[in-house]
Design a protein around this ligand. Structure first.
Ligand SMILES: *Cc1c(COP(=O)(O)O)cnc(C)c1O
Length: 428
């Protein structure tokens, strides 16, 4: 498909029906698959042949949608997972084990921060966090002999910092490890991290890819470029025999293009089972078919709302990388030439009380713990996701009590601005 232009591939990649076959991706709602002989099935279990035997490992509907995402990101292979959390866990755990170390941007999604700093710590995997705008020297100093991966988010949720992908990729590669980038917020429409040097790309497809707030899901894409065999001792899971598959060596048998996703599917999905349902994959694909049409509108609305808020007396500050005043503006111009996403955060004068009063007045924007879907929604972390924190803790976490995150949907921007205007007016 890659000879076609990007928008065409959003629609058509991943599935090419034959004569008389369904035009839309079929939902293969079957847990299992039938074979004529045990020998036929045995070859699948030995990874001698590719095919389907049980939907916990692979399902054709999920694979078609994963193939589209791989194509859009410019990768060699991809898989769907049950959630974005599962995608990030699998991407890291596929190459890390007890005794490994991760270098991660400190500006990442709260769920991923917990996953790495609390849950993976219990598995004996250490982490060093670095600021996304750290110097090359600070980044260099974060590496250890047992570092096995570098992790960051293209646009961080919710801090909206922008990752200098080339800088992080260069540092990772000079230490013989891959860069994993969570590309949930820009989607491949606005940034393709593989083109800037990332090796593995992850997604919470729950956000813009689905785009309608319908299905929780995730995806992992492999660029297919990282040479595992060149760093044989560092990645034994990929470069030494897997006894649970009759001693096959993933990096030898499936090469740079296939080893990472094959191992994540045949080992991690087999053992953890964080599988996406074919129904969800079908709905996700409907979202992907309009992703290239929707993203520019999210950006247009985000930019308009950010510029509007910046001019308001009752607003202390606005954080949106598309604003010239933003410290990440230059980085955003480089990596996100068409804009980033529709999520904007801003701080109201008057703290928690003002935020609560303001949000109660909103009519178009709804109060939700969500971002990145067709309907505009907003959240005040101090009274919801960060509710347990004191004023001091909130300040230290960079989440002041009056902070509001607004995810601009696909409505008319005039209606969004009118809604914000009337809600701001009650603060007088
Ligand atoms: C939401 C989100 C996740 C987690 O995804 P789920 O689908 O909710 O499990 C991970 N990374 C980023 C950047 C997110 O926004």
């Amino acid at each position: 498909m890659s000879d076609l232009k990007f928008n065409t591939r959003c629609i058509q990649s991943g599935y090419a029906p034959g004569n008389g076959e369904p035009r839309q991706i079929p939902i293969i709602q079957s847990t299992t698959f039938k074979y004529d002989t045990s020998e036929d099935m045995g070859k699948l279990f030995d990874l001698e042949e590719s095919g389907y035997f049980y939907s916990r490992l692979q399902n054709p509907t999920c694979d078609m949608v994963a193939a589209k995402i791989a194509d859009l990101e410019g990768g060699s292979a991809a898989m769907l997972t049950s959630s974005g959390q599962a995608a990030n866990f699998f991407a890291l755990f596929n190459i890390c084990e007890c005794g490994s170390h991760i270098v991660a941007s400190s500006s990442i999604y709260g769920g991923t921060f917990n996953l790495i700093s609390v849950t993976m710590a219990k598995m004996g995997i250490e982490v060093t966090f670095v600021a996304p705008d750290c110097s090359e020297e600070e980044l260099e100093n974060a590496f250890q002999e047992n570092t096995r991966a570098v992790f960051g988010e293209t646009i961080a949720n919710p801090a909206l910092t922008v990752l200098d992908i080339e800088k992080f990729a260069k540092a990772a590669h000079s230490h013989g490890v891959p860069l994993i980038v969570d590309n949930t917020f820009p989607t491949p429409v606005n940034c393709r991290p593989i083109e800037w040097g990332a090796d593995i790309v992850t997604h919470s497809t729950t956000k813009y890819m689905d785009g309608h707030g319908s299905c929780v899901g995730g995806a992992i894409v492999d660029a297919g470029r990282f040479d595992w065999m060149a760093h044989k001792e560092m990645f034994p899971g990929l470069t030494t025999p897997d006894e649970s598959y009759h001693g096959i060596v993933y990096a030898e048998k499936f090469g740079k293009e296939g080893a990472f996703i094959t191992k994540a599917t045949s080992q991690l999905m087999r053992d953890f089972g964080c599988v996406q349902s074919p129904q969800s994959a079908f709905i996700l694909n409907l979202g992907l078919e309009s992703l290239h049409v929707r993203m520019p509108r999210h950006v247009e609305n985000g930019q308009a709302v950010a510029e509007f808020l910046e001019k308001q007396d009752r607003v202390l500050s606005v954080n949106y990388p598309g604003l010239k005043s933003n410290p990440y503006y230059q980085t955003a111009q480089k990596y996100l030439g068409n804009g980033g996403c529709g999520v904007v955060s801003f701080e109201l004068k008057g703290g928690r009380a003002a935020a609560e009063k303001f949000m109660k007045e909103l009519k178009v924007a709804a109060i939700e713990t969500h971002v990145a879907d067709a309907r505009t929604c907003c959240l005040n972390p101090a009274t919801s996701t960060h509710r347990q924190m004191t004023e001091e803790q909130l300040k230290a976490a960079g989440v002041p009590a009056g902070l509001i995150r607004i995810s601009c949907g696909l409505e008319d921007k005039e209606d969004l601005i009118a809604d914000l205007t009337q809600a701001l007016s009650v603060l007088d």
